[in-house]
Ligand binder design. Sequence first.
Ligand code: CP3
Length: 358
Amino acid sequence: MNRLKNDCYLRALLKQPIDYTPIWIMRQAGRYLPEYRTTRSISGSFLSLCKSPELSSEITLQPLRRFPLDAAILFSDILTIPDAMGLGLYFKSGEGPKFSNPISCIADIKKIGVPDPEHELQYVMNAIRQTCKELKNALPLIGFSGSPWTLATYMVEGGTSKKFTKIKKMMYREPIATHLLLNKLANSIIEYLNAQIKAGVHSVIIFDTWGGILTTNDYESFSLAYMKKIINNLIHENNGTRIPITLFTKNSGIWLEKIAETGCDSIALDWTIPISDAKYRVGRKVALQGNMDPSILYAKPERIREEVETILKNFGYTNSGGHVFNLGHGIHSDVEPESVRIFIETVHKISPKYHRST
Ligand code: CP3
């Protein structure tokens, strides 16, 4: 692999010395950008953007043309796997994702197979190859997947949920069937992420958006155990370069020690835990990512700057990386792009003093 011009993000994750704290933003390509809204309206739908390697690559690059971000993230979605399993993904405006053939019984689970990433999901691999070509080694490209548990919630609920009644009923009444589903998903995710790594991504993230709705015991057996299995089966190096793995479980502040034991390189935090507490609890075992409340971007510039300084100060001085700045969840679609610029520039401007060794 050719050397990247800016590898600050990868160095931070691998706890190597850096000059400043790198930043990328969850959902950095998306509806808050007018150029995204234009491309989306021309293409007709969000899914047609994901399924076109040219458009996916174009949208991945849009925020990088505006802002000095330190990483690109593949423009796609976590629900590509269930779609490739035949569940029929579609998006209803204002209601989020939906499946026309959700999973409702063990017979449905037995029917689904493990998608071939270079066949049913080849459009994702082509988007990665196209994006790598366009990036010309300027920045690392992040690949991603949903966690087995989070994908299962969408597949069983048939879309976004508030109470998670169906998946919890299945989990408590049919635990063996639920484990069969989670195992098929874990095997699919292993194949999918390994194919993304072979196609050129420099780092991967597993998004476990809904792990935080579980009890501690159920989190360990229905979510964390499968993320651990995935980590154990991922390619950890490509052409001699290490591929750092990040886990994000929203609302997982109480489980950080357990997450750090999975073998991941980094934990992405939501905004509910002070990053100083998280750092104290995981020590130098893993890097941390986060963790500004996305709603701070509605504030005036002084308040945004103040929050950035607080988080940097809470993480503290480091002469060996370990912190990637980010929001604690996706950016809201009605944030002003100008506030995003102030946010990124502030991280770059004030973080060097937390890295200088002299
Ligand atoms: O970060 C990035 O810029 C990469 C792109 C990305 C998207 N989805 C694009 C997207 C990533 C990393 C995701 C992951 C994803 N998708 C997650 C995990 C992270 C999280 O947010 O917790 C989840 C749970 C999904 C499922 C999903 N996809 C939902 C719930 C929605 C609706 C969201 C909304 O605000 O309406 C989507 C659609 C989606 N995925 C959009 C984008 C830009 C909005 C599509 C549009 O209307 O144009």
